[in-house]
Write a protein that binds this ligand. Structure first.
Ligand SMILES: [Zn+2]
Length: 498
């Protein structure tokens, strides 16, 4: 019997609002010293009242609209009760039966599989909990203890719940990458898995192919990279299939992913599962969401990656690959468009310039950003889009060689200097004048008699070696085409004279 997986994903997305979800404390919990972003509300002292953060609600609406969800006209908050040391109140303010965003849908393009749609069940708002750091085996006594940082308690958290429409690890990966991309395009969060601002739980079950049954599912947690989700889902599908095939039963349970062993490990069985005893939050009245506000937010949504990629392919005649790379981040796509418009070109000229600009941004500039210990994002670099446009233009007009353009780019990266000034200052204008090149060519011929003999003996590739020598002598400023022509001409004369 063949099995297929049924997977639903629950993603907790931390918002980058200025203040917390229900109090005015700063939400910049990571940058701050432990326990410095606290007040009576997020410390859960008795007698205090929460107040809803309008910016967080706006972010939730943006996420919902981007996921094609219906936005509730009235939404309410509920208490989710459970005891844990990181939750001082003994309950978390969350949303139960009236979430802010209802049913929606996401189009995904999984690697190596057909495009498909994944249903969104809901998006709801809640608050993060405090952060515990477990210190184990301290000193000679070997005792252990836990430290609590309340800074994170109350930071706005959105939970995005998918329908169990995902059937492969590749679809799960595409869903997560797209959701991260949407969050980043909206600018409502960093969606960084490693720092914990984007946490994925996967509900995985398997069933015989061709049936609609829903078998016991396992919730997998503790995955802090997209790659870990892919591996955990693959492992869990294989494990469950083997259990059913061997005549056993998969238990409903929570398992944690262990990246080192590459396996999921049981954390909690169904018997230990919590009953959260949800009830309406008595301190917060239901929230009415004004339709005019929703329309206004909707009208301000950015052009998302998929649409922008298609437009780049059409408008600038870019390859799918280039357009996908450029639109993988909104800042890169913005930068690219600023470079292109800086030259005020149209039609075929614009397309050819855009192609060259894409090569430089996806190539040399990306390499500099990746290798940099300083700016790691394109919006933070010193090179202004208009300056890059100038460099691309110089290169495209063959005014400077490839090597010279790279040298100029590296200097621009360091100092933010204008490319024209650098080309003039360093004497990098391309040498294509015969007058200047001939002495250098003669020198290359004099110094490399073997290559000359090879050429005369019929080995025409010897020219390439000699062109290389001329390039070296001119530090890459010689025009390769002109050099090759002049060399061939000179050597033919030598040959004829014999
Ligand atoms: Zn507070």
């Amino acid at each position: 019997m063949e099995y297929e997986a049924v997977i639903g994903l629950e993603v907790h997305v931390q918002l980058n609002t200025k203040s917390k979800m229900f109090c005015s404390c700063g939400a910049d919990y990571q940058a701050a010293e432990p326990n410095t972003r606290v007040c009576p509300v997020c410390m859960a002292l008795p007698g205090v009242l929460p107040v809803v953060n309008r910016a967080a609600v706006e972010s939730a609406i943006k996420i919902g609209l981007a996921l094609n969800c219906g936005i509730a006209e009235v939404t309410k908050f509920d208490r989710k009760n459970y005891p844990y040391p990181d939750l001082m109140k003994g309950y978390q303010i969350s949303q139960f039966d009236m979430p802010i965003c209802g049913v929606g849908q996401m189009d995904i393009k999984p690697e190596g599989e057909p495009d498909t749609k994944i249903g969104i069940t809901r998006v709801h708002m809640e608050e993060d909990v405090a952060r515990l750091t477990h210190i184990e085996n301290v000193g000679t006594s070997g005792h252990s203890h836990s430290l609590m940082d309340i800074n994170r308690a109350g930071v706005p958290l959105m939970e995005v719940v998918s329908e169990p429409d995902i059937h492969t690890a590749s679809q799960a990966e595409a869903y997560i990458l797209k959701l991260q991309n949407i969050i980043r395009y909206l600018g409502v969060g960093t969606a960084n898995m490693e720092e914990g601002s984007f946490r994925v739980d996967a509900n995985v079950s398997v069933r015989p192919v061709g049936t609609n049954e829903l078998r016991e599912r396992v919730e997998v947690k503790n995955m802090n990279r997209v790659r870990a989700v892919v591996r955990a889902v693959e492992h869990e599908i294989k494990r469950q299939t083997e259990v059913w095939e061997s005549g056993g039963r998969v238990e409903m349970e929570t398992r944690g992913w262990d990246d080192v062993s590459g396996r999921t490990i049981i954390q909690r069985s169904k018997e230990e599962a919590h009953d959260y005893r949800y009830f309406p939050e008595p301190d917060l009245p239901p929230l009415e969401i004004d339709r005019a506000w929703v329309s206004e937010i909707s009208s301000q949504l950015p052009e998302f990656a998929d649409a922008r990629q298609s437009r780049f392919e059409d408008e600038y005649d870019l390859s799918e690959y280039d357009a996908a790379l450029l639109t993988s981040s909104r800042a890169t796509a913005d930068y690219f468009e600023s470079v292109v418009v800086a030259k005020h070109l149209t039609g075929a000229e614009q397309a050819s310039f855009a192609k060259e600009a894409a090569n430089w941004i996806n190539g040399e500039l990306a390499r500099l950003i990746n290798a940099s210990e300083g700016p790691s994002q394109i919006e933070d670099i010193k090179i202004q889009p208009a300056q890059l446009a100038e460099l691309v233009s110089l290169f495209q007009a063959r005014t400077i060689s490839n090597a010279a353009a790279r040298e100029v780019l590296e200097e621009m990266w360091v100092s933010g200097t204008d490319p024209n000034a650098l080309v003039a200052e360093r004497g990098l204008l391309k040498v294509s004048a015969t007058k200047e090149l001939l002495p250098v060519i003669q020198e290359a011929i004099d110094n490399n008699p073997n290559a000359v003999e090879d050429f005369i003996g019929g080995k025409e590739t010897a020219i390439r070696f000699l062109v290389g020598q001329v390039m070296k002598a001119t530090k890459g400023r010689a025009d390769a085409g002109v050099t090759a022509d002049l060399l061939t001409q000179t050597l033919e004369e030598v040959k004829a004279a014999r």
